[in-house]
Ligand binder design. Structure first.
Ligand code: ATP
Length: 234
């Protein structure tokens, strides 16, 4: 991809956060990027787009991702990432603070994540840093923020079930494994939720008899009762 040629196109994104050092659209000049990063003094990482630098926007710590000429991704992907981030706001996703689009200098400015690289946090060197429940919850939250559960669901399930009922089951399952027993739903709530899921599926497929499915829920409910209500009873 010819990055220089591509830079003649406009990067039309709007910033979700204004700062006194930027204009109203969150666009920063290259000289402002130099000031923010203190002339790219401290690199904090390297990704497919290029190097990421630490910086300060006023008193706020930021990470500045610069598109390098030798980037394995190109301008289009860089623009796509910017556009996605402008639309996506979630506590588990870094916020885009602004951007630079000046000549061949393309950069994105993010809020700074002080805890470092997620890959390292999830690696075997830090086996106890995040529990599996925390990891699953982050994966779910992130998928939810992007409105896309498909990336984290076994593809074999996706053919048989609707995304709405899948979400419901996943959220219910997460509630059922809450560490505190008081946060777990009681059995009647579980049965009610599962019933709704089945009704959603029946409405979707329109090929099952409602009473049969309610019977299934009763059997499942009976078998799960002691398992789920056990901790509450103790
Ligand atoms: N907002 C941030 N705050 C702190 N460090 C960051 C931030 N964004 C990136 N980094 C650091 O820079 C590294 C590279 O990040 P980057 O997002 O460019 O690459 P990636 O997501 O690993 O890969 P790709 O660019 O292919 O998507 C990260 O591993 C992390 O160490």
């Amino acid at each position: 991809m010819n990055t220089a040629a591509a830079t003649t196109r406009e990067l039309k994104i709007e910033s979700n956060q204004k700062d006194e050092t930027s204009n109203s659209t969150g666009q920063f000049s290259y000289s402002e990027i130099l000031r923010i990063t203190n002339n790219f003094e401290r690199a904090v990482g390297k990704g497919g787009f290029g190097t990421v630098y630490h910086g300060y926007l006023g008193d706020t710590e930021v990470a500045v991702k610069m598109l390098s000429q030798s980037s394995v991704h190109g301008y289009k992907e860089f623009q796509a990432e910017a556009k996605t981030l402008m639309r996506t706001h979630h506590k588990n996703l870094t916020s885009l603070v602004g951007y630079c689009n000046e000549g061949t200098n393309l950069g994105l400015i993010f809020e700074y994540m002080g805890n470092g690289n997620l890959e390292k946090i999830l690696s075997e060197r830090n086996p106890n840093f995040l529990s599996w429940e925390e990891r699953l919850r982050i994966a779910l939250d992130t998928a939810q923020a992007k409105g896309d559960i498909k990336n984290i669901v076994d593809p074999r399930l996706q053919e048989d079930y609707g995304m709405n009922s899948l979400w419901k089951v996943v959220e219910l399952a997460m509630a059922c494994v809450s560490p505190a027993s008081t946060e777990r739903p009681n059995m009647s709530h579980v049965v009610m939720e599962l019933n709704q899921c089945l009704k959603m599926e029946m409405a979707r497929k329109n090929d099952r008899v409602e009473t049969e499915s309610e019977d299934v829920v009763k059997v499942v409910g009976h078998e799960c009762k002691s398992w789920i209500e056990g901790p509450r009873a103790r």
